[in-house]
Design a protein around this ligand. Structure first.
Ligand SMILES: CC(C)(COP(=O)(O)OP(=O)(O)OC[C@H]1O[C@@H](n2cnc3c(N)ncnc32)[C@H](O)[C@@H]1OP(=O)(O)O)[C@@H](O)C(=O)NCCC(=O)NCCS
Length: 247
């Protein structure tokens, strides 16, 4: 995060707007291509446009076990399904796996995240380990409790050495990156590894945060293994992502 001259920096993405059909819960959709074979989709949705009435919506919520959840969660889930249908050219909304991971059509890998009225979908090549996360930039009030919950002793040391604004960005990237890594590795990993299962030896810099596994997490996921996660800032939000073809 710190340039050599002390300025802060986080990568930004170059977005392409996509037209939408009238009546969609999605208000805007755009995409970026952060790397070859990788497409980041970003949508903003309007929860007031959500209706439980259409049969397809009811069925999707029933299959996901969300019929009795608050309408806010239902709208969020439905908006994510709408974005997946648009991105992957599907007529029916994809369901979800027992783990909670989205069920993806064959030929692709992908990961989903939401925050406020934003939905983020990362689409990668089939078989890749793909994770994405969007987090609102931590406020000074939330900062310490998130650090206590998410950061290891080593991470707390480098966070402590950063200037206040850098600390906010650094902690947001760290938190988001640990969510992203979990999503990317979920299919290979023991359940609930906990935030201390991965550690960043140094602050994020130039759009990259390295996370190292602190213990063995499953087949092919050995202690010491390193993952380089990307991050970018989008207004008040931080995006992190990972797409790795093999582990
Ligand atoms: C599951 C978890 C990652 C969700 O993250 P979140 O920031 O709360 O919520 P987000 O909006 O970013 O993501 C939610 C989406 O993640 C996806 N998701 C949920 N569980 C998932 C899983 N096990 N694997 C992959 N994706 C998953 C779903 O698509 C879900 O949205 P949907 O239900 O509408 O389809 C989080 O609750 C969690 O368990 N974090 C632990 C992280 C950790 O221990 N990391 C240690 C390093 S490996």
């Amino acid at each position: 995060m710190m340039e050599t001259d002390g300025r802060s920096s986080a990568e930004t993405l170059f977005w392409f707007e996509t037209p939408l059909q009238d009546g969609s819960i999605l208000r805007t959709v755009r995409y970026a291509e952060p790397a070859p074979e990788l497409v980041m989709w970003h949508a903003r949705y309007d929860p007031r446009r959500f209706s439980f009435r259409p049969a397809q919506t009811q069925e999707a919520l029933r299959l996901a076990g969300l019929e009795k959840r608050p309408i806010k969660r239902q709208a969020e889930y439905w908006a994510g399904r709408n974005l997946m249908m648009l991105a992957f050219g599907l007529q029916t909304p994809p369901g979800r796996m027992p783990s909670g991971a989205p069920h993806l059509p064959s030929g692709v890998s992908g990961s989903l995240s939401h925050s406020s009225d934003n939905i983020l979908l990362l689409a990668g090549p089939e078989g890749a380990y793909t994770g994405v996360d969007i987090e609102r930039r931590l406020t000074p009030i939330a900062l310490q409790s998130v650090i206590n919950r998410v950061a290891t002793q080593a991470e707390q040391r480098w966070l402590h050495d950063l200037a206040a604004s850098q600390q906010q960005l650094g902690a947001t990237v760290l938190f988001s990156a640990k969510e992203t890594l979990f999503k990317a590795l979920c299919s290979k990993m023991n359940v609930n590894p906990g935030y201390a299962a991965a550690e960043a030896p140094a602050p994020p810099q130039h759009g990259v945060l390295s996370l190292k596994l602190t213990r063995n997490l499953g087949p092919g996921l050995d202690s010491g293994q390193c993952f380089e996660l990307s991050y970018a800032q989008m207004n008040d939000f931080m995006l992190t992502w990972l797409c790795q073809s093999s582990i």
